[in-house]
Design a protein around this ligand. Structure first.
Ligand SMILES: C[S@@+](CC[C@H](N)C(=O)[O-])C[C@H]1O[C@@H](n2cnc3c(N)ncnc32)[C@H](O)[C@@H]1O
Length: 285
């Protein structure tokens, strides 16, 4: 069996490391296991099977064990009723976090994924993990899905939000959630990859004061320049258009007060990364 050298592949950022058929191969790998009946209905065992594929076959861009634990601990502390994830990929974080939300007495986990093939993989693995009744897989671009779930009354409030999708959209999608009053005092945000590849616009936003945000809104600052602040390869990662994405235009709610801090951790490859944990503590009038 060939052991895939994750650190080498990761270092060659330009190389294809997802969407080359490996996600469907993962499904066949997991569903082809002789011990499938022992895995069924057991989220931990499904995660172990995904980990085994990533370790022995091909790298998967999952949140991984180290950063995953940070968010799981946060879930047991916050006890969210509703948690939303932006960027589901092959359901690793979804199964890990949805299981923790259910354990903590929560009601629902939404995973938003734009790629319909990845969405189908998520559904198949969530079903295997026995989380079908708890997880809603939402197909489509995050901003469109957030607006639709809100307008249909399906999503009324986000107690916890995990951001792990198109990097320039972290800030714009958060502003959209603020504007729709899905994110309010009490909401907690966990943003992945704020060190690797990094997300300066998002970090600046969640760390700025109400006065700074009000000034930015009055000055008409908006998201148009956001994509230019990322290295080309990062801004193109997951982008469906080579010239960048059409980011949602939202003013946000500058009156929300956040307390935000970085928790240092590691990518599954061993590369240093971090999760920015942001708590919305109050709203100024
Ligand atoms: C890093 S992967 C997510 C990994 C997953 N959270 C985990 O840890 O197991 C990023 C995913 O976000 C999806 N994505 C990127 N931009 C998106 C968008 N605007 N809306 C919804 N999904 C998006 C990609 O298709 C990809 O599957």
């Amino acid at each position: 069996m060939t052991v895939f050298d994750v650190s080498r592949a990761y270092a060659r950022q330009e190389d294809v490391f997802y969407n080359d058929g490996r996600e469907l191969e993962l499904l066949r790998f997991v569903y082809g296991r002789p011990d499938l009946d022992k895995i069924r209905g057991n989220p931990t065992k499904v995660l172990e099977a995904i980990d085994e594929y990533a370790r022995t076959q091909k790298y998967l861009m999952n949140v991984g064990e180290d950063k995953g634990r940070i968010v799981v601990d946060l879930i047991s502390e916050v006890k969210p009723k509703t948690m939303v994830e932006l960027g589901g990929y092959v359901a690793y974080s979804c199964i890990l976090f949805a299981d923790a939300v259910r354990e903590a007495g929560g009601e629902r986990y939404f995973t938003l994924e734009r790629d319909p093939v990845f969405g189908a993989v998520i559904m198949a693995l969530v079903d295997l993990a026995g989380l079908n009744d708890f997880v809603t897989v939402v197909f489509g671009s995050s901003d469109t899905s957030i607006k639709r779930l809100h307008s249909e009354g399906v999503l009324k409030h986000i107690d916890m939000l995990f951001l792990d999708h198109y990097k320039p959209a972290y800030m714009t999608d958060l502003k959209l959630c603020e504007e729709l009053r899905l994110v309010t005092p009490g909401s907690v945000l966990a943003a992945d990859n704020v060190i690797k590849p990094g997300n300066p616009p998002y970090l600046e936003y969640v760390r700025s004061t109400v006065a700074q945000k009000r000034k930015a809104v009055e000055g008409g600052e908006h998201e148009l320049g956001v994509q230019g602040r990322f290295p080309d390869s990062t801004a193109k990662q997951y982008a469906w258009r080579q010239d960048g994405e059409r980011l949602v235009s939202a003013r946000g709610n500058p009156n929300l007060v956040y307390e935000s801090r970085l928790i240092n951790s590691f990518e599954p490859t061993g590369v240093p990364d971090g999760i920015e944990v942001t708590r919305c503590v109050r709203e100024e009038s």
